[in-house]
Design a binder for this molecule. Structure first.
Ligand code: PBG
Length: 331
């Protein structure tokens, strides 16, 4: 940015343009609207598992009917997209993750239910094996190693079924190498050329995913950690290279995840590539803010401020569990 011309005090009094709400609105540089939001929801097939998630107060696992109602609510609130995360029957988790490409797994049932209810609502999915993996990892595991190329083949099978069920945007969150190219080629080959890929391109090995793993029933399962595939939180250059690689392989949009501790990455990605850039305000970020609000330590404006921060950092949109609440506040 060119250095701004600024006259010395008192010619310059920056408070002149902060004097009242009207004048502040005139010079507001960033906006937040429901169009900037993607709403992640959890859908369960387990009787009795619906209801509030202890580590994410205010967020519930939904039944298929609940997912239909969420779709209607999103449409009413002008939220353009919903992202579906499955909570599967724990006994259906296997080492081969076969249920990931079952057309009737709970994630795929939810895609169809939402599409039937509100056809114009954009449905995004998650592509990774963790909801169906016996050991909680995003990839196939052999002798303690997370297999890359074999996992990519499994992800392609999973993705094609999601596309057939009506998904509009696929969200590969697995961090295997080569997956975007493989997914894009398979989608072209199998007649899904208009299905978009929002790559979890810069996904860090973060402590902020804890509540999510509770939500999808992966917490007790994960053997070891995800550091051999997710990015070291210390590495900005590596994150930029991941985004460059995913765009070159055919990603339509890219994501930075988590969000708030990584706003520098968001800004760098937007400036470097000018591609549609999203951030995921993950479960741990939600839990911190919502927990503090519920305790009376923060006001509800903290939600809006956190989301505006993503917009200021260059994000076109944010996946946020606050989406419906914030859309109501903005209405
Ligand atoms: C798994 C996945 C995770 C999240 C989205 N997809 C967890 C993980 O990588 O362990 C986290 C989302 C959140 O914390 O809200 N593929």
């Amino acid at each position: 940015m060119a250095s701004p011309i600024i006259a010395p005090f008192p010619a310059t009094r920056l408070r002149r343009l902060r004097r009242n709400a009207s004048i502040r609105a005139m010079v507001s540089e960033t906006n937040l609207t429901p169009a900037n939001l993607i709403w992640p929801i959890f859908v369960t097939e387990v009787p009795g598992a619906e209801g509030e998630i202890a580590s994410m107060p205010g967020v519930s696992r939904l039944t298929l009917d609940g997912a239909r109602r969420a779709a209607e609510r999103a449409a009413q609130l002008d939220i353009p997209a919903i992202c579906i995360f499955p909570h599967s029957d724990q006994s259906s988790r296997t080492d081969g993750c076969e249920r990931a490409w079952d057309p009737d797994n709970i994630g795929n049932l939810a895609i169809r239910a939402v599409k039937e209810t509100v056809p114009d609502l954009v449905v995004m999915t998650d592509i990774a094996l963790d909801p169906y993996n016996a050991n909680g990892h995003d990839g196939l595991v052999k002798d303690g190693e997370i297999l890359n190329d074999e996992t990519v083949e499994a992800l392609v099978r999973m993705a094609l079924i999601q596309a057939e069920c009506g998904a509009d945007i696929l969200g590969p969150s697995d961090m295997m190498d080569g997956r975007i190219g493989a997914l894009r080629a398979a989608l072209e080959r199998e007649g899904h050329k208009n299905v978009a890929i929002l790559s979890y391109a810069a996904k860090f090995a973060s402590a902020f995913y804890g509540p999510f793993r509770d939500a999808v029933g992966a917490s007790g399962r994960l053997v070891g950690d995800k550091k051999t595939y997710q990015i070291n939180p210390a590495n900005r250059g590596e994150a930029i290279r991941c985004v460059a690689r995913d765009l070159a392989e055919g990603a339509d949009m890219v994501m930075v995840k988590p969000g708030m501790p990584y706003l520098d990455i968001c800004r760098a990605v937007k400036d470097e590539f000018a591609a549609p850039t999203f951030a995921y305000q993950v479960s741990g970020e939600y839990a911190m803010i919502e927990g503090a609000i519920r305790n009376g330590w923060l006001s509800r404006d903290a939600m809006l401020e956190s989301l505006l921060g993503f917009r200021r950092a260059g994000c076109d949109g944010v996946l946020s569990y606050f989406a419906p609440t914030v859309a109501e506040m903005l209405a």
